[in-house]
Design a protein around this ligand. Sequence first.
Ligand SMILES: [Zn+2]
Length: 354
Amino acid sequence: MVLKKYNMESTFNTEPHRRYNILTDEWVLVSPHRTKRPWQGKTDNSVTVKKAKYDESCYLCPTNKRASGDVNPDYTGTYSFNNDFAALLPDTEESTFNKGLLKATTESGLCKVICFSPDHSLTLPLMSASEISNVISLWRKEYAELGANPKINHVQIFENKGDIMGCSNPHPHGQIWSQSSIPEVVLKKQIQQKKYWNANNKSLLSDYIQQEIELDERIILKNDHFVALVPYWAVWPYETMIVPIKHHQHIGQLSSEEQQAFAEIIKDLTTKYDNLFETSFPYSSGIHQSPTDGEHPEWHFHMSFYPPLLRSAEVKKFMVGYEMFANPQRDITAEQAADNLKELSTIHYTKNNN
Ligand SMILES: [Zn+2]
């Protein structure tokens, strides 16, 4: 196996090392010497079962009754509703608890379910870019409406795809959890971005993607307004991040042309994911953007994908042992992962063979 030459010091291609995550101020251990096997493409022969467009037992399909007793409308595009099993409730009474070393505070918020399409059989890579753009429109509307509520200071948009990610319903959908506090990961990223903004009067991610574009080692896709890359500090084997080239604090600031470009890069990236092991690729994805508690010039929004698969549809990475007790670790380097994703087609494998 010929090791590709990267711009980094060559020891970093083969020797164990730590990489720094500029967004969270955390480290990841990289062990490239453990990836003995060369890339062989897909190694499993999983059969793709064609799903029906409508499932009468699905609580997200149009016209079906949900656990709450509510009936979904016969929606034709996107559809959102308040989660029937919400983790946060809007009218939680404000209270704090402090006793010795024990501390707690009540939390209020609102959780919503976002249906991407009425078609039960679809996933984001199988939808058209204009259908994905409609999903982005709904994300924008929810971010603006929920964020306008004075009790809500943060709006987290995310998707769990695949039962391996704990998603029990294959109907294409995501969630929004909005709440009064700023959650932990968001707060870490905010502190780092604010430090950089105050010191440089520029967004941290503007400078970062500029460097990545110049190096061109971890960029998977690029269009006029967005890049998709494997971040230098990626933890998950095929972790990626979509970043707008223009410094936008949140998705509400996208022009219609930028929104279309965002939809296209989501479609192409998730198609490459499915093509990697010729399976409906599982992941958790989420958008990190400005909290809604005031002005945040430092924030540069981005969408991250954390997929658990390692070498095939069956071989999953577990965060156990050292990772639970010390810090995250990976074998395949970010550059190798980017190379593997880069060479894949943006035409979905199920549409490719005849
Ligand atoms: Zn359904």
